[in-house]
Design a protein around this ligand. Structure first.
Ligand SMILES: Nc1ncnc2c1ncn2[C@@H]1O[C@H](COP(=O)(O)OP(=O)(O)O)[C@@H](O)[C@H]1O
Ligand SMILES: [Mg+2]
Length: 299
């Protein structure tokens, strides 16, 4: 017998512990909390990747970090929380993927190396169509992303945040309740650092532990091997020192990152010997060390 209460969440309502087959008194918010808790309970570490600013490489960093952890043998999920610019499908060459719903929720897309992925990009037909949603709809979608996707048992869930410190970020942190870490991505110039400081302040205010700061598009190495600090030198390190945070390293400005990203081939796999791939692997190790130092020693 299918009982749907006030929440009108259909199969969620059918699954949930409040449903005693005759009457369900739980409201939509209670169901949502129950559902997200149920999914998150199967995941060891939940990490957000943010910067407050757009275009600094959050999605690139999240994707490569996820792939790096998956390559190390961990069970990894990647949730694309950027509803206005869901870029993860493109970064994984999975733009044609469409997710399927089952009685228990929506199955994530699984890459060949076992990475489980969910994105609004997998649910909308036309990739060129804009999303113009008010906060209430975005709030509901974030709950779908965390609670209705069948993430299963994972070691890591990485969440690629949109720019800003608003609705999506607040909803994610509120519903997960115990986010294990925030990776702060910045580029070296003052304008990016200014926004990154706000992301750090937001994470601190929300009691999310900060794994550290990674500086993307750090420098350009020319054919003769000389380094050019196009956006200024050492901004990420200075920011980390100033705010007493770990510095997680630097990723060079590299045209291969652009072309491989556009082809949906994360450099961690497609160019494993590149300085960028090495920086992402180092970042993965830094995240592991931060979350579970014993695991790194044992591994
Ligand atoms: N280290 C880098 N070197 C060169 N291009 C980069 C680098 N990191 C990211 N990019 C490129 O910059 C653009 C923005 O990156 P993206 O990850 O989408 O940023 P965000 O998610 O912060 O908006 C993409 O075209 C990406 O390929
Ligand atoms: Mg992005």
């Amino acid at each position: 017998m299918v009982v749907t209460g006030d929440c009108r969440l259909l199969h969620t309502c059918e699954m949930c512990e409040y449903n005693n087959e005759t009457d369900c008194k739980a409201d939509k918010n209670e169901h949502n909390r129950w559902l997200v808790n149920k999914r998150m309970g199967d995941i060891k570490y939940k990490l957000i990747v943010g910067s407050n600013k757009g275009g600094v490489g959050k999605s690139t960093v999240t994707t490569n970090l996820a792939v790096a952890l998956a390559e190390k043998g961990f069970k990894v999920g990647l949730a694309d929380a950027d509803l206005h610019g869901p870029n993860i499908p493109k970064l994984l060459n999975a733009e044609d993927v469409r997710l399927k719903s089952t009685d228990e929720g929506i199955d994530p897309y699984e890459t060949t190396n076992g990475l489980k992925v969910a994105s609004l990009g997998f649910l909308i037909e036309d990739p060129n169509m804009h999303i113009a949603w008010r906060d209430a709809v975005k709030y509901d979608f974030i709950i779908e992303l965390l609670g209705n996707i069948q993430w299963g048992e994972l070691d890591y869930l990485l969440i690629d945040l949109p720019p800003g410190t608003g609705n999506e970020q607040i909803t994610i942190i509120d519903f997960i309740g115990d986010v294990d870490g925030a990776v702060i991505v910045t580029t070296p110039q003052e304008l990016a650092l200014l926004d990154a400081r706000k992301m750090i302040s937001f994470a601190r205010d929300s009691n999310v532990p900060i794994v550290g700061v990674i500086e993307n598009m750090s420098h350009f190495v020319c054919d003769a091997g000389k380094k050019y600090y196009i956006f200024g030198e050492g901004g990420g390190k200075k920011l980390a020192d100033e705010l007493v945070l770990p510095y997680l390293g630097e990723i060079p400005l590299d045209s291969d990152i652009v072309s491989k990203s556009d082809q949906g081939e994360p450099v961690v796999i497609s160019l494993p010997d590149s300085p960028a791939a090495k920086a992402f692997l180092q970042l993965a190790e830094n995240c592991q060390k931060f979350l579970n130092p014993e695991e790194v020693k044992a591994g």
